[in-house]
Design a protein around this ligand. Structure first.
Ligand code: NAI
Length: 346
């Protein structure tokens, strides 16, 4: 029986992993996140299963390697929390590249609709028998320009949703999707022309703080910014200043730069030390959800199914379609990976 240490377990993870056929795999569920203090929980296990806010840096990788771990199965698409250089040729890393682009794209549109039509405010008003409409005016999305940064799986679904609303869509992606019919423009043109900007690119050295003081200054007054990708795409203090000055009309954030110690947990009895987050939460035109864009039944089912398939493929010596490594990733070593010939990165 394979034993997999399953970190940062939430009830919905356990429910969906246990529902899936996983003969031959015993998941050892831990509520703790993976970090240097908890890496030892995986002793006597064959692999670990980790999520977005687990720490998978060199120290953790070396510890896991020392106790015999050779597989990290990420149950997510993003992998910016992994030190791939440290893992290379030691521990294989597999992920779930796409589990429901609809889940995330629909949530992004949900944030936009809610902010624009002030549904979050209306909900509280009517519960208090306050049926006034003052201050709830929105605008038609029809004919507005949506600027989409990153046109992979989620970005493309978001674009088709925007098209359904009769919006004009422009996009920026250094690797444009071929034959997609998407109108690509430069980053600067996107900043200049968009009424709404939605981020759907991964967090890399190149995209870190893609939304900052400089890019915000290039945008239209009143622009809406939606981020369902990764918090560090936005320089939070710069965004706060732009909202405070009225230049940014609203922000819908499913991810936040400093989310790691907060999101996914009930912190309602704690004193939150992050002043920028508190300021954001005090603003009527900022809507924060705690990294929940992926959270649909379909996505959870696909995550569990794909992770179990990845684990089985690794231990039965099969090719690893969903493996990623130091040489696969964007950057100077991009393209040097030998997975195409060998079926595995190393
Ligand atoms: P994908 O890999 O299909 O698409 C990413 C796109 O970004 C690609 O087209 C790529 O060319 C583009 N890109 C790369 N570098 C770029 C740059 N410098 N500027 C602009 N675009 C760039 O990924 P997918 O599945 O669409 O996911 C996008 C992101 O969504 C993930 O990286 C992840 O961070 C985030 N995500 C968030 C979730 C949530 O629950 N909030 C759940 C799943 C993913």
């Amino acid at each position: 029986m394979l034993k997999i240490a399953f970190y940062d377990t939430k009830p919905y993870d356990r429910e969906w992993f246990e529902k899936k056929e996983h003969n031959g795999i015993e998941f050892r569920y831990y509520e703790h996140r993976l970090d240097s203090d908890t890496a030892d929980f995986a002793r006597n296990c064959d692999g670990v299963c980790a999520f977005v806010n687990d720490t998978i840096d060199k120290e953790v990788i070396d510890r896991l390697y020392d106790i015999g771990i050779r597989l990290i199965a990420l149950r997510c698409a993003g992998y910016n929390n992994v030190d791939f250089k440290a893992a290379y040729q030691k521990i294989s890393v597999v992920r779930v590249p796409g589990y429901s682009p609809y889940a995330v794209a629909e949530h992004a549109m949900g944030l936009l609709l809610c902010l624009n039509r002030k549904i979050h405010k209306a909900y509280f008003r009517t519960r208090d028998f306050n049926f006034s409409l003052n201050g709830l005016t929105g605008f038609d999305l029809h004919d507005k320009t949506a600027g989409v940064i990153g046109t992979g799986k989620i970005g493309q679904v978001f674009i088709s949703i925007c098209n359904g609303f009769g919006m004009n869509v422009i996009a920026y992606d250094p690797y444009p999707a071929k034959n997609s019919g998407i109108t690509y423009v430069s980053k600067d043109e996107l900043f200049k022309r968009s009424d709404i900007i939605s981020l759907h690119c991964p967090l890399t050295d190149e995209t870190k703080h893609i939304i900052n003081k400089e890019s915000l200054n290039k945008m239209k007054d009143g622009v809406y910014i939606i981020n369902t990708s990764r918090g560090s795409l936005i320089e939070s203090e710069d965004l706060y200043e732009a909202i405070k000055s009225g230049r940014v009309g609203a922000a819908g954030l499913d991810v936040y730069e400093e989310e790691a110690d907060l999101f996914f947990e009930d912190m309602s009895n704690c004193i939150i030390k992050d002043d920028v987050l508190k300021l954001f939460l005090s603003l009527p035109n900022v809507l924060i959800t705690s990294h929940q864009a992926f959270l649909t039944a379909e996505a959870l089912s696909n995550i569990a199914g794909c992770t179990i398939d990845n684990i089985n493929a690794y231990f039965s010596g099969e090719a690893l379609e969903n493996e990623i490594c130091y040489n696969c990733l964007p950057g100077e070593r991009h393209g040097k990976c030998r997975k195409k010939e060998k079926g595995r990165c190393f």
